[in-house]
Design a protein around this ligand. Structure first.
Ligand code: MN
Length: 734
C-alpha cells in the first residue's frame, strides 16, 4: 500500500470511530467515552497487520459490530467496548489477562465468551449446529450480552460475505437461518432478525432471493399508490381528532414472502399481504392505549375489519416486549390489508428490542430497564427444562407458529393452529361432527384424517352415525380440544365395554360355580395383577381375559395355593390415588417412532427407565436401541451430538392398541355363506370390519376380509368361529 493509501485508510477509520460515538442510542458519559476510546485504540493496534478477505483493514469489522451494538441494539458502553475487542483475543497477541487488566472483569468476561464461541465455529469438522448452540447457551450463564454481541458480529459477517468462497457462504448462511435469526427473534431484535433472514436466503437460495427482490421493486410503485389511497380515506378523520401520526407501508421481508409462497404453495402475485400499513402516532405514555383504540375506531369506521385478525398486543405485550394493535381490514380495491397501530415508543421497541425501554424510564431506574431486560432474557434462554435440540425446535415453532384459516364448504371461516389436521377441523366445527367423522375431503379430494391442513383449504367432513373414535385418532390430532374429546369418548367406550364385561363375567363365573361378589372381584383383580375392578370388567368385555384364563383362576382358587395369591393381592401403595371409575393404563409395551413400531431394545444402565417413564431410544453402534429416560443425565449430550440417532419412544397399554389384520377365507360356495361370515364378525364384540371382498369361481370361493382388533386373542377367537361355519375350508392370516 502506498503511503497515501494508508493515510486515507486511517482517516476512514477515524471517521468510523467518530460516527460510532455519535450514533450510540444511549447517552454516553465521559467515562463511557474513555472506555470506548481505549478499547478502540487497543483493537486498532491488535489488528494492525490484519486484513479481511475483501482486502480492507480488519479493524473496520469490530467497529461495524460495535456500531450495530451501540445504535441498532442500544447496549451500554461495556458492550460497545467488548464489541470493539471481540476478535482481539482470538486473532492477535493480546490475551484475556491483558484485556482484564486494561478493561476490567466485565469486558473481559464478554470477550472470553465471544472467543469461545468463535473457536467452536472454526473447529467445524463436526458441523453440529445444535451442539455449538448448546455451548453458546452455556456461555449465557456468564453474560447474556455475549449472545447479543455475537448476533451483531454475525450480522456484519453476513453483510460482508461477498468475497468468501461459496461453500463457506452457504454454511454460514444456513447456520444463521437455523440459529441466529430465531435467536434474534426471541430477543426481540426484529430488524436484525429480518435482515439475517433475508441475507440467509440470499446465500442459500440466490435465485429465489433475486427473483423476489426484483418483483418487490417492480411492485413498489403500485404499493405506494395503495398506501396513498388508504391514507386519503382516513386522513380527514384522524386530523379532526388532532392526532399526530405518520402512515407508512411496511413491506414484508423477502424471507417471509418466500416462506408464505412455500407454505401456501402460491406464486409471488398470490401472496396477498406483501405489505402492511403502519400508523405510528405521537402520544404521552398515559394516553397510548386509548389513542391506539381511537385510531382503530377511525380505521374500522372506513374499512370493514376482519374480527378474526384483531391482535391486541398493547394489553398483553409479547414476551419480547412487542406492543402494538394489529387489525386486518378490507382496504381500497377490496383487498385485505393489515394495519399496525403503534405509538412512537412502541415502534422503537419493536425495531430495536426491549432495550429501547430504558429510554422511556425515569432517571432513577435508567439502568433498570436494560438490566431487567437482560435478566428476563437470560431466564428465558436458560430454561434448563428443555434440551438444546428442543430449544432450537421450540424457537422455530414459536417463530413460525401462526394460525391457519380454513373454509367450510358453505364458506364459513374457521381459524386453527398451524399443523392442525382434518380431524382437528372436524372437532373444531362441532364435537358431534368430530365424534362421527368418517372421512374428509380437502379441496374436493379425499384425504386421510391425519392430513395436515393449509391456510385457505376448503374442508368437507363426511360423517356417519356408526363412526366413532379409536385410540389411533389420538395420533391424528394436535389440538387440545380434539384430543380431550377423543379421550373422553374412548373412556365412555371403555366404560361401556366394562359394563358389558361385568355381565359376561358374572355369567362365565356362574358356569364355573363361582359367584361374582366383592371377595371374588378382589381375588380376580389380584390374580390378573390389575388395579381396579373396572380394569377387570373391561378386560373381560374386550376379550383380553378369556375363558381359559378364568378357568386358570378357578383352578388356582380351588387349590391349596389359594392362600398364596391371596396374600399377593396388590394393594396400591396409595389407594386414594386410584380412581375407581378409571380404567388404568398398564404401560406394558414400548413402541418406537411415529408408526409405533415394536422393536428390540435394551434399557440404558445410566438411568434405568421403568414402564411409564418419559423415554427416548438411542441407536447405538453395537448394541441396538438403548432406551434412556428423557431426564437422563446423558440425554442432553446424546440429543445434541447425535440427534440423527434419536428415536421417539413411548410406553403404551397394549390392551388399548388396535391392529389391522387381513384374513383370507377359502371354501365351497354355499348358500348364505357370505352372510354367515359377516354375521360371525359383526356378532363378535369389538371387531371392526374395514373391508370385505368375496370372489366365487366354479363352486369355490375366496374371501378377503380386513378387520381391526384390539389383540391377537380376539383375532384367534374370530378365526376359530369362522372355521366353524359350514363350507369353510381354510382361514388364514396374511
Ligand atoms: Mn467477528
Amino acid at each position: 500500500m502506498t503511503k497515501a493509501a494508508i493515510e486515507a485508510e486511517n482517516k476512514e477509520i477515524a471517521k468510523e470511530y467518530k460516527e460510532l460515538l455519535k450514533i450510540s442510542y444511549r447517552n454516553l458519559s465521559a467515562e463511557d467515552k474513555r472506555l470506548i476510546r481505549s478499547a478502540f485504540d487497543v483493537a486498532v493496534d491488535a489488528h494492525k497487520d490484519q486484513r479481511r478477505k475483501s482486502g480492507e483493514a480488519y479493524i473496520f469489522h469490530p467497529i461495524a459490530v460495535a456500531k450495530i451494538v451501540a445504535a441498532e441494539i442500544g447496549l451500554d458502553a461495556t458492550s460497545i467496548a467488548a464489541a470493539l475487542l471481540h476478535d482481539v483475543v482470538e486473532d492477535t497477541e493480546y490475551g484475556l489477562v491483558d484485556i482484564e487488566r486494561m478493561f476490567g472483569e466485565a469486558v473481559a468476561r464478554i470477550v472470553d465468551g465471544l472467543t469461545k464461541i468463535s473457536a467452536l465455529e472454526y473447529d467445524s469438522d463436526v458441523s453440529l449446529q445444535a451442539e455449538n448452540f448448546r455451548k453458546m447457551l452455556l456461555t449465557l450463564n456468564e453474560d447474556v450480552r455475549v449472545i447479543i454481541i455475537k448476533i451483531a458480529d454475525r450480522l456484519h459477517n453476513m453483510q460482508t460475505m461477498e468475497s468468501m468462497p461459496e461453500e463457506k457462504q452457504v454454511k454460514i448462511a444456513s447456520e444463521t437461518l437455523y440459529i441466529y435469526a430465531p435467536l434474534a427473534h426471541r430477543i426481540g431484535l426484529y430488524n436484525i432478525k429480518t435482515e439475517l433472514e433475508d441475507l440467509g436466503l440470499k446465500y442459500t437460495e440466490p435465485e429465489v432471493y433475486n427473483d423476489i427482490l426484483s418483483k418487490i421493486k417492480e411492485s413498489k410503485e403500485e404499493q405506494d399508490a395503495y398506501i396513498k389511497d388508504f391514507s386519503k380515506v382516513i386522513k380527514e378523520s384522524l386530523d379532526a381528532e388532532k392526532l399526530e401520526y405518520d402512515i407508512k407501508g411496511r413491506p414484508k421481508s423477502i424471507f417471509s414472502i418466500r416462506r408464505k409462497m412455500i407454505s401456501q404453495n402460491v406464486s409471488f402475485d398470490e401472496v396477498y399481504d406483501k405489505f402492511a400499513v403502519r400508523i405510528i402516532y405521537k402520544s404521552d405514555q398515559e394516553s397510548e392505549k386509548f389513542l391506539a383504540w381511537k385510531i382503530y375506531s377511525i380505521v374500522t369506521d372506513h374499512f370493514r375489519p376482519n374480527p378474526m385478525r384483531l391482535r391486541d398486543w398493547i394489553s398483553s405485550p409479547k414476551s419480547t416486549g412487542y406492543e402494538a394493535l394489529h387489525i386486518t381490514v378490507m382496504g381500497p380495491k377490496g383487498r385485505w390489508v393489515e394495519v399496525q397501530i403503534r405509538s412512537e415508543r412502541m415502534n422503537e421497541i419493536a425495531e430495536k428490542g426491549y432495550a429501547a425501554h430504558y429510554k422511556y424510564k425515569t432517571k432513577e431506574d435508567d439502568d433498570g430497564g436494560l438490566d431487567d431486560w437482560l435478566n428476563k432474557l437470560q431466564e428465558t434462554l436458560e430454561n434448563a427444562e428443555i434440551s438444546a435440540v428442543d430449544f432450537v425446535e421450540e424457537f422455530k415453532l414459536n417463530l413460525y407458529s401462526k394460525e391457519i384459516f380454513i373454509f367450510s364448504p358453505k364458506g364459513d371461516l374457521y381459524s386453527l393452529p398451524k399443523g392442525a389436521t382434518a380431524l382437528d377441523f372436524s372437532f373444531h366445527v362441532h364435537t358431534e361432527v368430530g365424534l362421527h367423522t368418517r372421512g374428509a375431503k380437502v379441496n374436493g379430494k379425499l384425504v386421510p384424517l391425519s392430513h395436515v391442513l393449509k391456510s385457505g383449504d376448503q374442508v368437507e367432513i363426511i360423517t356417519s352415525d356408526r363412526s366413532k373414535p379409536t385410540a389411533n385418532w389420538l395420533n391424528y390430532v394436535v389440538t387440545g380440544r380434539a384430543r380431550s374429546k377423543i379421550k373422553s369418548s374412548l373412556k365412555e367406550e371403555q366404560k361401556q365395554i366394562a359394563s358389558e364385561g361385568k355381565v359376561v363375567l358374572a355369567r362365565k363365573l356362574k358356569s364355573l360355580k363361582i359367584s361374582l361378589d366383592e371377595k371374588t372381584i378382589n381375588q380376580l383383580v389380584g390374580f390378573f395383577k390389575l388395579k381396579t375392578s373396572l380394569d377387570l370388567f373391561y378386560r373381560v368385555g374386550a376379550g383380553i381375559i378369556d375363558n381359559q384364563m378364568l378357568k386358570d383362576f378357578a383352578a388356582a382358587r380351588n387349590n391349596m395355593f389359594m392362600s398364596f395369591f391371596k396374600n399377593r393381592i396388590r394393594k396400591p401403595s396409595h389407594p386414594e390415588e386410584i380412581d375407581k371409575d378409571e380404567i388404568t393404563l398398564k404401560y406394558d409395551q414400548l413402541v418406537f417412532g411415529k408408526e409405533q413400531e415394536k422393536l428390540d431394545y435394551k434399557m440404558a444402565k445410566c438411568c434405568n427407565p421403568i414402564p411409564g417413564d418419559d423415554v427416548f431410544g438411542f441407536v447405538t453402534v453395537n448394541e441396538g436401541i438403548k432406551v434412556h429416560k428423557q431426564n437422563c443425565p446423558n440425554a442432553l449430550q446424546l440429543q445434541s451430538n447425535y440427534n440423527y440417532r434419536i428415536m421417539m419412544a413411548k410406553w403404551i397399554d397394549s390392551t388399548q392398541q388396535e391392529f389391522i389384520a387381513n384374513l383370507i377365507i377359502t371354501g365351497i360356495d354355499a348358500m348364505g355363506l357370505v352372510n354367515n361370515v359377516t354375521k360371525v364378525i359383526s356378532n363378535n364384540l369389538h371387531i371392526d370390519m374395514k373391508s370385505v371382498h368375496f370372489d366365487t369361481n366354479d363352486g369355490t370361493f375366496t374371501g378377503k376380509i380386513t378387520v381391526v382388533v384390539k389383540n391377537k386373542k380376539i383375532l384367534e377367537n374370530l378365526i376359530t368361529n369362522i372355521k366353524k361355519i359350514n363350507g369353510i375350508d381354510k382361514v388364514s392370516r396374511v
